[in-house]
Design a protein around this ligand. Structure first.
Ligand code: 4AD
Ligand code: MG
Length: 462
């Protein structure tokens, strides 16, 4: 008999037939005559109930079917008389694949804290919460490809190991095969990277953007979706050292087109989750955040507020609010400032643009005022910055001058500058932090709980 997933069984009305299910036991309860097994296979948040008649089954086998054990059950699918479920299986045959000792199985009891579950990241996908989060994460990843595919964007695979460290997005993780104790040295005592694997210094990428721009200058509209790495010591609920980023890059888009695309994209993704992850979202809404569904619906049905950085500074200065970090034109907005604007002032997502050039990357398009660049950040309730992007400086001379002003290693950027030498074009792009999106959509409060195996300072166990 072919195995049927529990999701399919729970949605069918085709009763009184023989079925085969396989999964992990969530609970087993009952009395001397009958036993009820709640079985879950990860296909859906709900369990299927397996009814075991003890007159037919040997008690010694049943004793081994404890929480966490893995079984296969064949039996008759019947309409359930019990509350809260439509169907159940009357067991005819049970195969025990793997036991889970009740004394040592960490998920024996319910109600563990999220902090504890982080310590058993290898088992936490078996909880309702992580099952729901991981299914939503999957649905969002699928929706991202669907969205761009529908629009004719090309999925460009940019490198994970990079020889350039010019993005300036944060500290990088070095990639090397040199002997860490006795590396080859130059006469000046510095490490001789010409003997390293790639013959030069290499790192894990902080962003696929620069290579993404090369793709956009040929394919018009591309996107990347891959892991990025930042070795910054940010121990916050919104930072990971390894996170996934979606970076579309579009030729012939100016800053407003870029903002329009980002807003439409975010609304599409949230709508997709609302339509396709209903049961998981309802579960998270009930368990963690009673406002979750309301907030998600609010985001899709309201236009994002659009303001300049300078207008935002003005609002913050006049707010009368006490901030830990002072508000000053020219300084980067802190999370507390972003959240004040979104949660208290506008009470909706905000797109800020035209940031001071000193706090933004070298490649952003310089505005005529000489002080600001055509950057845009999207700020979300509970999250702060979820998207960061800009129109890019397409003028060779201006870009070269900026690289020189910032003392960036120009010789490493020759290939990037070539796009401005040969057939340059106005273009724009942005980066969406995938985990920040999942954080927003699931209503979880810590980014460590929306990626299967989080990488944070001093933590890379699993
Ligand atoms: O603002 P960032 O640093 O922008 C870039 O990397 C550009 N190259 C993007 C582009 O224009 N193509 O990062 C973009 C987004 C942020 O808005 C945030 O959502 C997320 O990536 N992000 C992080 N997410 C988790 N952990 C971290 N340490 C993150 N740093 C940035
Ligand atoms: Mg940013």
């Amino acid at each position: 008999m072919k195995r049927i997933k529990i999701k399919e069984l729970l949605s069918t009305e085709d009763f009184d037939r023989e079925v085969l299910v396989k999964g992990w036991v969530r609970t087993r309860r009952g009395n001397k005559n009958i036993s009820f097994i709640a079985l879950n296979d990860g296909s859906v948040i709900h369990n299927i109930q397996v009814v075991v008649d003890l007159a037919v089954f040997d008690e010694s086998i049943l004793k081994l079917i404890t929480t966490g054990s893995c079984i296969a059950v064949s039996g008759t699918l019947v309409k359930s008389m019990g509350q809260g479920q439509t169907s159940e299986i009357q067991a005819k045959e049970i195969t025990l694949y793997g036991t889970a000792d009740a004394e040592t199985y960490p998920l024996q009891k319910k109600g563990h804290t999220l902090e504890f579950l982080r310590e058993i990241a290898h088992l936490r996908p078996r909880t309702n919460t992580f099952g729901a989060v991981l299914r939503i994460r999957h649905a969002l990843a699928f929706a991202i490809h669907k969205y761009f595919n529908n629009k004719g964007f090309v999925y460009l695979h940019t490198p994970i190991i990079t020889g350039s460290d010019c993005e300036g997005a944060g500290e990088m993780f070095r990639v090397s095969t040199l002997d860490p104790v006795h590396p080859p040295l130059n006469e000046d005592g510095k490490i001789n990277y010409s003997e390293d694997f790639f013959g030069k210094e290499t790192n894990l990428t902080v962003s696929g953007q620069l290579e993404g721009e090369l793709g956009a200058m040929a394919l018009s509209e591309i996107y990347t979706f891959g892991p990025t790495f930042r070795a910054e010591n940010s121990n916050t609920p919104r930072h990971l050292a390894e996170f996934w980023m979606i970076e579309p890059e579009m030729a012939f888009y100016e800053i407003i087109d870029n903002m329009d695309l980002a807003e439409d994209f975010l609304k599409y993704l949230v709508t997709y989750a609302l339509e396709n992850c209903k049961e998981d979202l309802e579960f998270l809404n009930n368990m963690y955040d009673k406002e979750l569904l309301k907030n998600l619906n609010f985001v899709v049905s309201n236009k994002f507020e659009r303001k300049t950085y300078s207008e935002a500074i003005d609002i913050l200065e006049k707010s009368g609010q006490k901030f830990e970090f002072p508000v000053k034109w020219g300084a980067d907005l802190q999370s507390e400032h972003e959240r004040y604007l979104v949660e208290k002032h506008f009470k909706k997502p905000v797109i800020l643009r035209d940031y001071p050039k000193e706090i933004k990357a070298f490649y952003m398009k310089q505005n005529p005022d000489g002080k600001t660049v055509a950057a845009m950040d999207i700020l979300f309730p509970r999250i702060g910055e979820i998207v960061g992007g800009s129109q890019r400086e397409e003028n060779f001379d201006k870009l070269k001058k900026r690289i020189e002003e910032l003392n960036l290693p120009q010789k490493d950027l020759w290939w990037y500058l070539d796009t401005r030498r040969f057939g340059t074009a106005p273009h724009s792009g942005f980066g969406l932090g995938f985990e920040r999106l999942v954080l927003f959509v699931t209503g979880m409060s810590n980014i460590r709980d929306v990626i299967p195996f989080p990488r944070t300072p001093k933590n890379a166990e699993f």
